[in-house]
Design a protein around this ligand. Structure first.
Ligand code: 13P
Length: 268
């Protein structure tokens, strides 16, 4: 399909990525979310959405099976929230790229701010994980974003982007989905407030310029916005040409709220 980068029905459709983090806590609740989404997809007259679900690792296999059924089949893909830096090594507790691939994961989130700032994951580790996703032929969803929107935020972002994408070719960067997700806008950050599309696009411009200068060419990755997306602000981001979609945390685990967001997306 012309313009289709993922092999799914992505043509002009915005990507809606659910990062469930450590929710829901039971498989039964995960099934309830997916059941309601499936029911909503069944009410649409055509295949209109392009969804990715990144469940807690323990539900990956079961969620993957559900995504292969019913209306979810052609409108959703399975993602992972993390990956090991190495494919084969003695690394206690880690899950390797080949293992995720075998479970059916097609997308992997790397560089999420919770891993960077709460778990101490350095840019160097994120860079190795990004390479692991590419090496295993899955699609990286690379999260970048400043901690505070102060006078230095552009320099912060530039350095993070240069370190995160270090050593990648323009062709590899083009295979990435870059999620601009400012830490201050994530719903669980104390005092969080969503960014606006206008200000988020300024940051996307910084990311694009940094990559273009480093790569000496214009790579064309897809760009998502993440940070306190709800049914209240989903339309302004999803209808903005500067974004190819959204990365949603909290609201993606509230099934009614999530379906409201899907209803907005399907009517764009
Ligand atoms: P919220 O949508 O809860 O702000 O989380 C955003 C996020 O971290 C998605 O990866």
């Amino acid at each position: 399909m012309a313009g289709d980068k993922s092999g799914e029905n992505t043509m002009k459709k915005k990507l809606i990525v659910s990062n469930w983090k450590m929710q829901p806590t039971t498989l039964a609740e995960a099934e309830q979310i997916l059941d309601l989404v499936d029911e909503y997809l069944g009410s649409l007259s055509e295949r209109e959405l392009n969804l990715v679900f990144c469940p807690p690792f323990v539900f990956t296999e079961e969620v993957g099976k559900i995504l292969k059924t019913s209306h979810l089949l052609h409108q959703s893909g399975l993602g992972a929230q993390d990956i090991s830096t190495d494919d084969r090594m003695a690394l206690t507790g880690e899950v390797s790229g080949p293992m995720l691939k075998k479970l059916g994961a097609r997308y992997v989130i790397v560089g999420h701010s919770e891993r960077r700032w709460k778990l101490g994951e350095s840019d160097e580790v994120v860079n190795k994980k990004l390479k692991a996703v590419l090496r295993n032929e899955m699609m990286p969803i690379v999260a970048v974003g400043e901690k505070t929107r102060d006078d230095n935020f552009e320099d912060f972002l530039k350095e993070q982007v240069l370190n995160t994408f270090a050593g990648l070719s323009a062709e590899e960067v083009a295979r990435c989905i870059i999620a601009y997700e400012p830490v201050w806008a994530i719903s669980t950050t104390p005092g969080a407030r969503p960014d606006t599309p206008e200000s988020a696009l300024e940051s996307v411009e910084v990311i694009k310029e940094t990559l273009a200068t480093a790569l000496q060419s214009t790579a064309l990755p897809r760009y998502l916005y993440g940070g306190s997306i709800t049914s209240v602000n989903a339309r302004e981001f999803l209808s903005n040409d500067g974004f190819d979609g959204v990365l949603i945390g909290g609201a993606s685990t509230n099934k009614e709220e999530f379906v409201k967001i899907l209803a907005i997306a399907s009517k764009l």
